[in-house]
Write a protein that binds this ligand. Structure first.
Ligand SMILES: N[C@@H](CCC(=O)N[C@@H](CS)C(=O)NCC(=O)O)C(=O)O
Length: 340
């Protein structure tokens, strides 16, 4: 019997992905039913390939036959798709803080520094398959020696992040970042790498980062975990879909969004219908999604792509920041290039 995805939502992830947790937490806090299709932590990921998605990072979320890449876009889409009881603020200054926190961690250096604190004693770090996979992801050598050499600087950097939260956002003793009654999107945006590090034994020396040094940050993390436990107990349990069931459920469903438009004044000058490729510029850039350009707005690009199983088109959406869109056959010039 065909298994349906609640709300047509399928999350592709693996449980130890800290990025995926941003989305799982959001869905739990909102009580939104969804299905999940657990992916291997290293390539290949045949379920996503069958669906026509080449992007290699995790998580990916589909709503119907629309696929959303990158947690920044996924959260925006969930807020728009399920507006009643959304977690984001409507006030300009609060929205600004939300966006700045998102950028600080996802686009800025915080997550890379936090990832540099994964203890090298973890089994996965010694697995050559994992090491080779992450070398191909980042294009840089991945070695225990290099990680150990970088550790002191990463600890110093992360300590400053704890210090920043302790002495600014949380300094007045508030429970939640925007002084809300319950955790908001701003809490999700701010908390995830710090929660991940606190959970990961051996990531930070307790002589430098501990509850004693940063009581407010640690208490906030505890509060957030308690709020999640409470939300989880009343939220619908995710439906587990095996790869082929996820592929079938998605290909049976409709497109979730109407056609968008291609902004004729967009600086890239691309036209609707042009064959383009879309890929992230920070890591995983050799895994590119190809398709017909369907929509191009200031913060989103959408391409229509063929899956490998049926005739139905799927749509792949990515945010503009941190992603490149190029006409197939043309080389892009890197936007950040400077002669200074
Ligand atoms: N900016 C992306 C970053 C996602 C990311 O880097 N995810 C990690 C997992 S936590 C990843 O994909 N690692 C490589 C892989 O799993 O192939 C987002 O916000 O979703």
């Amino acid at each position: 019997m065909a298994i349906e995805a609640p709300n047509d939502v399928v999350l592709f992830h693996y449980p130890f992905s800290p990025y995926a947790r941003r989305i799982i937490w959001y869905l739990q806090l909102r009580g939104i039913g969804y299905a999940q299709c657990i992916q291997p932590p290293v390539l290949p990921r045949p379920d996503l390939s069958a669906l026509g998605v080449n992007y290699r990072r995790i998580p990916v979320l589909s709503i119907g036959r629309d696929f959303y890449l990158d947690t920044r876009l996924i959260l925006r889409k969930l807020e728009a798709r399920f507006p009643d009881g959304k977690l984001g603020s409507d006030k300009g200054d609060e929205k600004a803080l939300q966006r700045l926190l998102e950028g600080w961690i996802v686009e800025g250096p915080v997550f890379m520094r936090a990832a540099g604190l994964i203890p090298t004693s973890l089994g996965v770090m010694k697995d050559p398959k994992f090491r080779n996979d992450r070398e191909s992801l980042t294009g840089r050598p991945w070695s225990v020696d290099a990680l150990e050499r970088g550790r002191p600087e990463n600890v110093a950097y992360i300590r400053n992040c704890f210090e920043f939260l302790e002495t600014t956002l949380l300094a007045d003793g508030r429970d939640w970042v925007l002084k809300t009654e319950r955790p908001s999107l701003a809490d999700i945006e701010a908390i995830w790498p710090f929660d991940w590090l606190v959970e990961m034994k051996g990531s930070m020396p307790p002589s430098v980062v501990s509850e004693k040094h940063f009581p407010k940050v640690f208490a906030w993390i505890q509060r957030f975990r308690a709020a999640l436990t409470a939300a989880k107990s009343s939220a619908p349990k995710p439906v587990n879909l095996k790869g082929p069931d996820a592929v079938n459920a998605i290909l049976r469903s409709q497109l979730a969004e109407p056609n968008g438009t291609v902004d004729i004044n967009d600086p890239l000058g691309l036209k609707e219908g042009t064959e383009v490729e879309v890929y992230p510029t920070d890591s995983g850039f050799t895994h590119r999604d190809h398709g017909r350009l369907v929509a191009l707005t200031p913060d989103e690009v959408t391409v229509a792509s063929k899956n490998k199983v049926g005739d139905q088109e799927v749509r792949i959406h990515a945010p503009r920041t941190g992603f490149r869109v190029t006409e197939i056959g043309r080389t892009a010039s890197a936007g950040s290039g400077s002669k200074l």
